[in-house]
Design a protein around this ligand. Structure first.
Ligand code: B12
Ligand code: SF4
Ligand code: SF4
Length: 228
């Protein structure tokens, strides 16, 4: 197998339209729950490459959920295309590279609690790859780009130079804006009751599509566009 440099991967991520790319060593997932560890997805995984692309922040100012939903769907496709393409290219260099779906599909689903779990939690992966820290809204906050990010990842069977985890604090000391604003009272500062969030944050429209009807914990966060 050819030796691939972290810098080469980061350059390629930029070419693929990504705004951030960080690398986490698989050892940093030692505290991941059983069944949701990178090695449960790719047994020889040595590095987790985490990519992120920004959402246009302007969509938050629109009273219509359609613009935000449109952007969410397009940025999701862009990140998924980038992780798949990166995996193809890493494979051509002789590696085993497994892209992680950035949203659907996932396998774990508890109908009673309406609680799903990605095959790998991308916000936990992003923290370990140095892309930021999680706020009380449970979202990843990056110092430059805030929480307006869509995340993706590729699991690689090769050691790469890892990034240091971010040293900054995600939340403003004493801030509870997201907890107080959540119309579903789904947030407690460290976890989310998915059933309550799901009940208000997504609806099918009569026309057949779907719209994301709530993003207040993201929109109202004073750090949604970065740590000023
Ligand atoms: C299911 C899901 C949801 C659920 C649950 C959200 C959540 N906070 O977990 C619902 C439907 C509520 C949801 C809503 C939204 N989502 Co969502 N969602 C996902 C998805 C597909 C899986 C997340 C997941 O697995 N959660 C369950 C786990 C983490 O929590 P848990 O079961 O309670 O597990 C506990 C333990 O098991 C442990 N754990 C689990 N894994 C690991 C791993 C390690 C290493 C460790 C230490 C611990 C650990 O930690 C948990 C807390 O104790 C991810 C994509 C992905 N694959 O990550 C996107 C994702 C989290 N969503 C995202 C977004 C943008 C949203 C919305 C803003 C959409 C909107 N309405 O506009 C809202 C925000 C609501 C909120 N405040 O979280 C983004 C977040 C980006 C960011 N900046 O952080 C993601 C990462 C999608 C992406 N690819 O970018 N989402
Ligand atoms: S998206 Fe809305 S309902 Fe869901 S946690 Fe955030 S504020 Fe609450
Ligand atoms: S609104 Fe305040 S408490 Fe919530 S994530 Fe943002 S800074 Fe943290």
């Amino acid at each position: 197998m050819n030796q691939i440099a972290a810098a080469q991967i980061k350059l390629r991520a930029t070419e693929l339209g990504m705004d951030l790319c960080g690398i986490a060593p698989v050892e940093s997932f030692a505290d991941a729950p059983q069944g949701f560890h990178p090695a449960d997805i790719s047994k020889d995984c040595k590095s987790v490459i985490v990519l992120a692309a920004r959402f246009p922040v302007s969509t938050l100012s629109s009273p219509s959920p359609a613009a935000y939903t449109f952007v969410r769907n397009k940025v999701m496709d862009k990140v998924d295309a980038a992780t798949c393409q990166l995996a193809v290219e890493l494979e051509l260099l002789g590696s085993n590279a497994v892209p992680i779906p950035s949203s659907d599909p996932y396998e774990y689903w508890d109908e009673a609690r309406r609680h799903g779990q990605g095959i790998l939690s991308l916000k936990h992966a992003a923290v370990r790859a140095g892309l930021g820290q999680m706020g009380k809204n449970t979202l990843l906050i990056n110092d430059r780009l805030g929480n307006m990010l869509w995340l993706g990842a590729v699991l690689l069977n090769q050691e790469l130079t890892p990034d240091e985890q971010a040293g900054y604090q995600a939340c403003i000391t004493g801030c509870r804006v997201c907890l107080q604003a959540c119309p579903a009272q789904a947030l407690d500062g460290s976890t989310i009751v998915q059933k309550q969030c799901r009940a208000v944050s997504y609806k099918q429209t009569g026309g057949g599509g779907g719209v994301y009807t709530c993003n207040l914990c993201r929109r109202l966060c004073p750090r949604h566009d970065g740590i000023k």
